[in-house]
Design a protein around this ligand. Sequence first.
Ligand code: IPE
Ligand code: IPE
Ligand code: MG
Length: 246
Amino acid sequence: MALFKKKEVNSIEDIILPEHVGIIMDGNGRWAKKRGLPRSAGHSAGANNFRKIIRYCSDIGIKYLTMYAFSTENWRRPEDEVSALMKLFKQYLEEALRDFKDDSIKLRFIGDTTAFREDIQELMKEAVEGSKDRDGMVLNLAMNYGGRDEIVRAAKVISERVLKGEISPEEINEQMISDSIYTAGQPDPDLIIRPSGEYRTSNFLLWQSAYSEYVIMDKLWPDFSKDDMNFALLEYAKRNRRFGGV
Ligand code: IPE
Ligand code: IPE
Ligand code: MG
């Protein structure tokens, strides 16, 4: 299926946008290092860019946006870096709650949120609860998220159903797994963008990305601009998605 409405396109107005976009927000540390700054300064700059890009995606009409903010493996980082990240999450959540009344974004979290500090978990719950009836873009923030962890959890949920006798092992199918993961009910990501030039998934949306289009870009996340977003969307529109067919 060609995604172009016209043959020659230079603008995102001319293309069919992906319904669900995922972004691996990578490169904060290198951005800071290049400037002789501590890694935490890179994370601050990355958080500001996150604010800008989510707003932009909502404005242009993306329906689902999943932002990879903290992986199940990121706890391995030095304690001061982890606590700088926690401080930034808290700041963002407080700000989101403060500006809540004029917003249309529906905030959700994917990942094991029980690992976070109580005060952060409280803010997360408030933000989800307070935005659940909105009809704007769904923003999934992946925090303490790991694709493998997500699949293990789904396996546990489904095993319980088997144990209770609700289903037999033969009845387990792909839809059941899709319905037991964090993104249940949402379309799979059409496009996954990874800034900072790494060619790997780093445990992001493993199940959901079976047929996602990847766009890898060299820009580091704090420098990733609206123009870069447009570039990725135009690149996506040129792809010929076959889903295993011809
Ligand atoms: C991504 O930037 C942010 C998080 C993982 C929280 P990095 O901190 O991984 O930046 P690099 O990859 O070291 O440059
Ligand atoms: C992926 O980046 C995780 C996030 C962006 C939240 P990492 O920097 O943790 O991934 P690796 O270590 O380069 O694979
Ligand atoms: Mg990184």
